[in-house]
Design a protein around this ligand. Sequence first.
Ligand code: OMP
Length: 222
Amino acid sequence: DVDKDGALAQDFVKFALDAGVLRFGEFKIKSGRLSPYFFNAGLFDDGAKLMRLAEFYAERLIASGLAFDMIFGPAYKGIPLGAAVAVELARRGHNVPFAYNRKEAKAHGEGGSLVGAPLQGRVLIVDDVMSAGTAVRESIAIIRNAGATPHAVAIALDRQEKATEDGQDVAHSAVQYVREQLGLQVVAIATLADLLQYLTDGADDALGVHRANVVAYRARYG
Ligand code: OMP
């Protein structure tokens, strides 16, 4: 349902802007690109915001009809996201196992770098943002090494940017690469196109001034 998806995406963009999660300015992002906007999921920083965020992911996931066996939240930001989404899905009658990783392997106690349910079956990665696709490739490697199947990725924002390989921009988008080359489904609450739509339709003139910068950025890296 394209209309319903579009409405959800517009609600989400508004929510992220109101929460200060989505901001305009000049930001150097992980790939080295200089971006006129940044999405900082760490600023979903109270219970109500996390609950609402999880509702958006759950809504999208259920509407997509995606089937999966468990959730993996990659350290660090994917951990609270994956946990919140697992709770919200369970509340809606879809209880699935949840796991996450540590960045540093622990030598004592339970040991290892994976925590929670054993990684097995079709794994849904829950993360914040996809830009050039580096973070998701790391999660895919962790899941494969554990003998499970990386099946899909749920993200809040798809920045719709070109992927990089060895630091070089390549022709395909990161999401295209993940879908077509790696065979994973990608479910995003909102995309850069949704953000641009919001900036175009918005009554708020203060936001309108950012539109040109975002359009220029998309022309270069989109
Ligand atoms: P890629 O690994 O290039 O796909 O970038 C995704 C990661 O970059 C995210 O998991 C974040 O750690 C970080 N990021 C953001 O959080 N928000 C943004 O708007 C942009 C980035 C980024 O650095 O590309």
